[in-house]
Design a protein around this ligand. Structure first.
Ligand code: NAD
Length: 482
C-alpha cells in the first residue's frame, strides 16, 4: 500500500513515484507501509497551498480557530487506541506509553484551544494624552514543522496547535521513522473539516526537510531533532531571513546527595533512563552520585536495572521495547565499547539480548556503566539509548560542576532533602528544565519547554511561551483624526 502526502486538503501520491518503506523496529519483517519520498516539487506545492490558505485562516476569529483544535482533540481521543497501536508498531515504545502520549496530544490541543481566548497584546501609557498605544500579535505566516520520531504524536501537536490557534498555516515534515502516526494526524485534521491548505503533510527524509527550509513562501521553521541537523537548518534560516526555533539533544544529569530518599532516587533514575528505551531528549543519561553513598546507590541501581524486562511494546509486561533502528542500536553499543576502552566498568546490559523472540528487532539490554569520568565521551555525547553513566564525585560542589560540564543543557534533577542545596541547584545548574526529587523526563503542556546551550536555540515551546515563536508583535499608536 502506497500512502500519500496531504496537500491542499487532498491525499496525493508522489509525482516522481519515489517512496520509502517503514518497518516495525520490534520485528523487521513487519512492513508498516510505503510512503512518499517527497522531492522539492511536492514540498513547494505544499508551501504554496499553505500560503494560499493563509489569508482566510488568519482572518477567522481566534475563537473559530480554537474550535477546530477542540474538535481535533475530541477526534484524537476517540481514535486513541488506534493511534497508540500505530505508534507502538512504528516507534517501539510500550503501548501504555504510546497511549499516554496520544492522550497528551489531545490535552495539548485543548490547552491551546483555551489560549485562543487569552490576551494577545498590551496597552501601554503614551507620552501623548490622546494617543492610544498598544501591541497586537499577528501570525508569523506559513510555518514548517520538522520533527523527530521519538514523540511522533506529541511533538508535532505541540508545534501545530499554537501555530494554528495564532493564525498560521502549516507544512509538516515528520521523521522518516514515524510516517504512519504523521499520516494519522493529517487524517484527524482532514476528518474535522479543517479548511484545505491550512495543514499540509509532506513525507520524506532529510532532503524533504532541506527543501522545506529552502521553499519559496515559508516564513519560519520549528525544528526538533539532533544538534547537527538543527545547526544546518539554522544556517539556512539565517541566510534566508526566516525565523527558526530549535529543540535538540540532551545529556541530562541526575544528582544524588547523601540525604536523598535512595529508593525514590533509584526508581526515578531508572525510569528517566530506561523508559522508552532511553530515546527521550530528556532521558537521564548521567547519574552523579556523592562518594559517601555511591556503593550502596550503585548496588541498588544495578539490581533494579537487571529486573527490567525487554520485549515488544505490545506486551505490557515489558519495561522497554526496541530501539528505533539497527543503526541506533549499533551506535549505542559502540558508545559502550568506547566507554569500556576509556576505563569505565560495564555493570550490566549493553548487548543485544539472545532470546529467539527478539532476534528480528533492534533490542538491547539496558546498560549501567560505573566509574565514568566527566571527560569521557560517554559522559559528554548523547547516546539516545538505554545507557546510564555513573559519575562518582566527592561532594555537592563537584556534582554541580560535573552536571554543567557538557555542551547540552536540557533537563537536570537532584535528589536531596536539603532545601538549601535544592535552591542552589535550581540557581546554578545550566538546564532549561530543573526537577527536585523527580525524574529528568516529562513535560506538561502548560509549562514552557526548552533547553540551554546546545540543547536549544534559546526559545521555548509550549505554554504561553509558544506565542513568541508563532506570532510577531505590532506596536500600534492610534490618534484622533482632528
Ligand atoms: P534528526 O536530526 O536526525 O531528524 C529530525 C528531523 O529532521 C527528521 O524529520 C529528519 O528527516 C529531518 N532532517 C534530517 N536532515 C535534515 C536537513 N538537512 N534539513 C532539514 N531537515 C532534516 O533527529 P532524530 O534522530 O529524528 O531525533 C533524535 C534527536 O532529537 C535526538 O538528538 C533528541 O535528543 C532530539 N530530540 C529533542 C527534543 C527536544 O524537545 N529538545 C525532543 C525529542 C527529540
Amino acid at each position: 500500500m502506497i500512502l500519500g502526502n496531504y496537500i491542499d486538503g487532498k491525499w496525493i501520491a508522489p509525482r516522481s513515484g519515489a517512496t520509502f518503506q517503514k518497518h516495525n523496529p520490534a520485528d523487521d519483517r513487519d512492513l508498516i507501509g510505503e510512503f512518499p519520498a517527497s522531492s522539492a516539487i511536492e514540498v513547494q506545492e505544499a508551501v504554496t497551498a499553505a500560503r494560499r490558505a493563509l489569508p482566510a485562516w488568519r482572518a477567522l476569529a481566534y475563537d473559530a480557530r480554537a474550535a477546530f483544535l477542540t474538535k481535533a482533540a475530541d477526534r484524537i481521543a476517540s481514535r486513541q487506541g488506534e493511534i497508540a497501536a500505530a505508534l507502538t508498531r512504528e516507534e517501539g515504545k510500550s503501548l501504555p506509553e504510546a497511549a499516554g502520549e496520544t492522550g497528551r496530544g489531545a490535552m495539548i490541543l485543548r490547552y491551546f484551544s483555551g489560549e485562543g481566548l487569552r490576551s494577545v497584546g498590551d496597552v501601554l501609557p503614551s507620552v501623548n494624552a490622546t494617543t492610544m498605544l498598544f501591541t497586537e500579535r499577528v501570525p508569523l505566516g506559513v510555518v514548517g514543522l520538522i520533527t523527530p520520531w521519538n514523540f511522533p504524536v506529541a511533538i508535532p501537536l505541540w508545534k501545530a496547535a499554537p501555530a494554528l490557534v495564532y493564525g498560521n498555516t502549516i507544512v509538516f515534515k515528520p521523521s522518516e521513522h514515524s510516517p504512519m502516526t504523521a499520516q494519522m494526524l493529517a487524517e484527524v485534521f482532514h476528518e474535522i473539516g479543517l479548511p484545505a491548505g491550512v495543514f499540509n503533510l509532506v513525507q520524506g527524509a532529510g532532503e524533504a526537510g532541506k527543501a522545506l527550509c529552502a521553499a519559496d513562501g515559508i516564513n519560519g521553521i520549528s525544528f526538533t531533532g539532533s544538534v547537527a541537523t538543527g545547526k544546518a537548518i539554522a544556517r539556512t534560516c539565517v541566510d534566508r531571513g526566516l525565523r527558526y526555533q530549535l529543540e535538540m539533544g540532551g545529556k541530562n544529569p541526575v544528582v544524588v546527595l547523601e540525604d536523598a530518599n535512595m529508593e525514590r532516587a533509584v526508581e526515578l533514575t531508572v525510569q528517566g533512563a530506561m523508559k522508552s528505551a532511553g530515546e527521550k531528549c530528556t532521558a537521564t543519561s548521567r547519574v552523579i552520585v556523592v562518594d559517601s553513598i555511591a556503593n550502596e546507590f550503585v548496588k541498588r541501581l544495578v539490581t533494579r536495572v537487571k529486573q527490567l524486562e525487554v520485549g515488544a511494546g505490545t506486551d505490557a509486561k515489558y519495561y522497554l521495547g526496541p530501539l528505533i533502528s539497527g543503526a541506533a542500536r549499533a551506535k549505542a553499543l559502540a558508545h559502550i565499547e568506547r566507554a569500556k576502552e576509556d576505563g569505565a566498568s560495564l555493570l550490566c546490559g549493553g548487548s543485544a539480548p539472545e532470546r529467539a523472540d527478539l532476534s528480528n528487532g533492534h533490542y538491547m539490554a539496558p546498560a549501567v556503566l560505573d566509574f565514568v569520568q566527566p571527560t569521557m565521551s560517554i559522559a559528554q555525547e548523547e547516546v539516545f539509548g538505554p545507557v546510564l553513566a555513573v559519575i562518582r564525585v566527592p561532594d555537592f560542589d563537584a556534582a554541580i560542576r560535573v552536571a554543567n560540564d557538557v555542551d547540552f543543557g536540557l533537563s537536570a534533577s537532584i535528589f536531596t532533602r536539603s532545601l538549601d542545596k535544592a535552591m542552589r541547584f535550581v540557581r546554578e545548574v545550566e538546564a532549561g528544565l530543573v526537577r527536585i526529587n523527580g525524574e529528568t523526563a516529562g513535560v506538561e503542556p502548560q509549562a514552557p519547554f526548552g533547553g540551554m546551550k546546545n540543547s536549544s536555540s534559546f526559545s521555548r515551546e509550549q505554554g504561553q511561551a509558544a506565542k513568541d515563536f508563532y506570532t510577531q508583535v505590532k506596536t500600534v499608536s492610534m490618534d484622533r483624526a482632528d
